[in-house]
Design a protein around this ligand. Structure first.
Ligand code: URA
Length: 214
């Protein structure tokens, strides 16, 4: 079977999975979207209301912001894989529980194995702690770390930046570093390095402009 066929087969298994209680309240499972040969994989926490309705990751408000962040990194959804640590919605959008994360981990590990990305970007502290436990996201966000055969970059969750606007310049800055980090990872992993196409846009600050008094 090809990688794409394996990924589709896995999505079929996830759609009928009953490994944890989240299946009892789900409308649709959300296995993840993207090509089976994506170089970058984004991992969020879990589906929210809109994702549970539609079966696709990051389609609500934080998804709109994620699209902006991808543009900041000169990426599109078509070239990255986006998924979550749990594939079914935790009721009321609560954080997934440790036993739910553990029950879903085999699905996530299988996706990582099939896709074999150069970089995993974790979105928020819950997916970060799978790879980099016992650190504060505020201390390590945006920093690339080699873990096993690939690199992991912890980023703030887009929803956190929507709720705490003071985080927005940081998350935009972290995403604008991704093209360079991807080339660093490619080089270290012996994968083809690609010229960074555009000049990286200046990070737009949310701070009100200071009046020029002169
Ligand atoms: N938040 C997440 O972590 N994942 C989604 O798919 C949507 C919102």
């Amino acid at each position: 079977m090809t990688a794409e066929e394996n990924l589709n087969k896995l999505a079929g298994e996830i759609s009928i999975c009953e490994h944890c209680a989240l299946h009892e309240t789900r409308k649709m499972s959300v296995p993840g979207d993207g090509p089976s040969n994506a170089e970058i994989m984004f991992i969020g926490e879990g589906p929210g209301f809109h994702e549970n309705e539609q079966g696709h990751p990051f389609v609500g408000a934080s998804g709109k912001f994620l699209d902006q962040l991808l543009a900041q990194a000169e990426l599109t959804r078509a070239e990255v894989f986006i998924c979550n640590v749990v594939k079914c919605r935790p009721p009321g959008n609560r954080d997934p529980l440790p036993d739910e994360i553990a029950a879903c981990d085999a699905h996530l590990e299988a996706q990582i194995k099939i896709i074999n990305p150069s970089i995993i970007v974790t979105l928020g502290r819950i997916s970060m702690s799978k790879f980099i436990p016992d650190v504060k996201i505020s201390a390590v966000h945006g920093q690339m770390k080699k873990i096993g055969d690939r690199y992991v970059i912890p980023m703030f969750h887009p929803a956190a930046a929507l709720h705490q606007p003071q985080l927005k310049p940081s998350i935009l800055g972290d995403f604008s570093n991704l093209p360079g980090q991807l080339n660093e990872a490619r080089e270290a992993l012996g994968r083809p390095v690609v010229a960074v196409k555009k000049k990286i846009q200046e990070v737009v600050s949310d701070k009100p402009k200071q009046l020029n008094l002169f």
